[in-house]
Design a protein around this ligand. Structure first.
Ligand SMILES: *Cc1c(COP(=O)(O)O)cnc(C)c1O
Length: 241
């Protein structure tokens, strides 16, 4: 299994590098988020031993067990699932990033609940790029107000945007969607000096995302293999799977 994991990691890194060559970007500008929801602890430990640092989780209770068990590694934990009000305290206490912030109420709770002895909680605003009813994320015209609210709170640090565009089957259409996202990102960067992260691109569209300026791709299945646990077979409400 270790070898398979190493091979999958190498394949993803090779895809990132090829996409960067294609558009003359430096691969060091792209971070890989290993989406480890539904994956067993041993798979995360293997990935961490291979040097992977950033892990993404969608289910708070499952994540807390993993964060605690892997405490001896220096890992960075990203919450990427829909944020429920009753889970904000656990998220604020145990995660380093939240990529799925889409309303002011959640911003306030995370700010109030981030422990004073921890560094600021890094936040990405999730944007619902295609106006899909069933998906999480704010509308593009709500980004500015959310960004102001985040920036006004010292325990929080506004880092950028995250989106999961509707699936498109060719690279040109994928890229056009990501370019719309990038222009929202560029506007946010003009207004907020702390903004440096555009989380966009998954297994099916990471090339298009990188060509349009993504700085972080989120890969689950292509990195770890299919999710084994029955509890996590059901895709999260917003994943569009
Ligand atoms: C699950 C998930 C991913 C990764 O999905 P895979 O199909 O496992 O690669 C990426 N981003 C978000 C927000 C997710 O919920």
């Amino acid at each position: 299994m270790n070898q398979n994991t190493a091979q999958r990691l190498q394949q993803i890194q090779a895809r990132i590098e090829a996409a960067c060559r294609h558009c003359q970007r430096d691969p060091d500008q792209i971070r890989l988020l290993a989406v480890s929801k539904g994956q067993p602890l041993a798979a995360l430990a293997t990935m961490a031993a291979l040097g992977q640092q950033a892990f993404g989780e969608n289910y708070v209770d499952e994540a807390l067990d993993k964060i605690s068990a892997l405490r001896s590694h220096t890992l960075e934990w990203h919450y990427i699932g829909p944020v429920q009000s009753n889970k904000t305290r656990a998220i604020a206490e145990h995660f380093d990033w939240v990529q799925s912030v889409d309303r002011i109420k959640i911003v306030r709770r995370l700010a109030d609940q981030r422990p004073a002895d921890r560094p600021p909680l890094n936040l990405l605003i999730q944007v619902n790029l295609d106006g899909e009813q069933q998906k999480a994320g704010c509308q593009p015209d709500q980004i500015a107000d959310l960004a102001e609210a985040i920036s006004a709170n010292r325990p929080l640090r506004l880092r950028g945007l995250m989106a999961i565009p509707a699936p498109r089957d060719n690279r040109q259409d994928q890229r056009a969607a990501f370019e719309r996202l990038h222009s929202l990102f560029a506007r946010l960067q003009d207004d907020h000096a702390s903004v440096d992260t555009l989380s966009a691109g998954m297994s099916a569209d990471l090339e298009a995302a990188i060509m349009a300026g993504s700085t972080m791709v989120r890969i689950g299945t292509d990195l770890f293999g299919p999710r084994p646990s029955a509890a996590s077979q059901a895709p999260p409400r917003h994943a569009g799977a």
